[in-house]
Design a protein around this ligand. Sequence first.
Ligand SMILES: NC(=O)c1ccc[n+]([C@@H]2O[C@H](COP(=O)([O-])OP(=O)(O)OC[C@H]3O[C@@H](n4cnc5c(N)ncnc54)[C@H](O)[C@@H]3O)[C@@H](O)[C@H]2O)c1
Length: 410
Amino acid sequence: MSTLKVGVFGGRRGGNYVSMMASRPEDIEVVAICDRDIEKLKCKDIVPAAKLFTDFDEFLAWGKDNGMQAVFLANYFHQHAPFAIRCMEAGMDVVSECTSASTLKECVELVECVERTGRKYMIAENYPFSTKNLEMKRIVDSGALGSVMYAEGEYNHGGPGASVRNEAQGEFHWRAWLARTYYNTHALGPLMYMTNSMPLYVSARAAHSDYLYSYRDVRHNYDGTAYMFCEMDNGMIARCTGCTAAASDYSRYRVVGDNASIECGGYTEGVRMMWHSYTKPEEEESTIKHIIPDLATMGEKAEKAASSGHGGADWWIVDNMIEYFVNGQKPFFDVYRGVAMSAVAILGWKSCLNHGENFKVPNFRSLKERNAVRDDDLTPFPGENGEPNTIPSSVPFSDRPLVRKPEAEE
Ligand SMILES: NC(=O)c1ccc[n+]([C@@H]2O[C@H](COP(=O)([O-])OP(=O)(O)OC[C@H]3O[C@@H](n4cnc5c(N)ncnc54)[C@H](O)[C@@H]3O)[C@@H](O)[C@H]2O)c1
């Protein structure tokens, strides 16, 4: 079997994947890397044979002439869809970092491109595949929770002042304008995977952070968190965040059934399972049990994955790429699930700006539902050259004295 020839677009996060792909030379070959800052990035030295580009058009044209079969998109967060479309139109399969699309219009365009070209598309949503989350899924699938009624996912990624300031590279960089619901795949994705469900409706609220507001000279997203409530197609309610700056630096997940519930997060080693006193199985000593995932019983792949980035999750993305692009095995996070997560983020933000109004998440398989949103290009992100955004990046709030000052002043 020949190796899969992959090009990587975006060399910062993309650099992690260049390393991981380089560790599987029997399956994958990184043939090209494109980043306008390539000379500054470590990834340029990982695969000496890879051709380096600073310009996407040249990267794509070279790829077309040199048998590049797939592109790994790790470019700016809000620009994945247009580049995914260009790659698929050029005859290449695509794995896209989160998020799939940053407007509803792009959701429609992306789905229609996959359907038109027949190319393979998957989203590199990795958090569902951490060892702990895989264990959560195993328990849900076993039926031990009874009927699943509620699930919650919280993706926390706070940062000290220096990173709040420096992570945005330039005035119009996406991190400085990222409205709080948008980075939701690490919170919602694991819930969809664990419970095999899709979002139908969303309503959301965002909360202002004085700390972030004190950096308003460089950032325009000063809500600390946003919570989205989703009605899911399996009858449960899901509550998820975008990327939050909540004062806890670990992500956490919980699934609640009428028989038992489970949860995991940085605060637990493994998974915590809880029963009612009257539903506790006889063989259990207590109504609370700590379950440490047993890698020996989770399969050879889980063992290989365990030491990779994000709690063992990143390895699975490379494996899913190989299984899909080479062996034709469809991944869970296909284009429809990708745009469903993006739509929850986009409509969740619209809800935050409208006091929690409830919105239907379009079914992007339906032409009628696509037609209803195909011109909706509202976005909190400005253009690269400063073209203004069309909705705010923070919920309006009235000025009041700061209760917490920037770190430098503390
Ligand atoms: N799944 C995860 O755990 C995880 C972790 C980190 C980042 N990410 C995602 O990966 C993506 C990239 O993240 P990042 O932190 O590296 O972002 P970043 O904005 O810091 O870096 C993006 C890189 O893409 C390059 N780039 C963008 N547009 C380009 C163009 N037109 N031509 C040439 N180069 C271009 C930039 O020069 C930059 O180096 C984001 O979508 C982010 O959400 C995911």
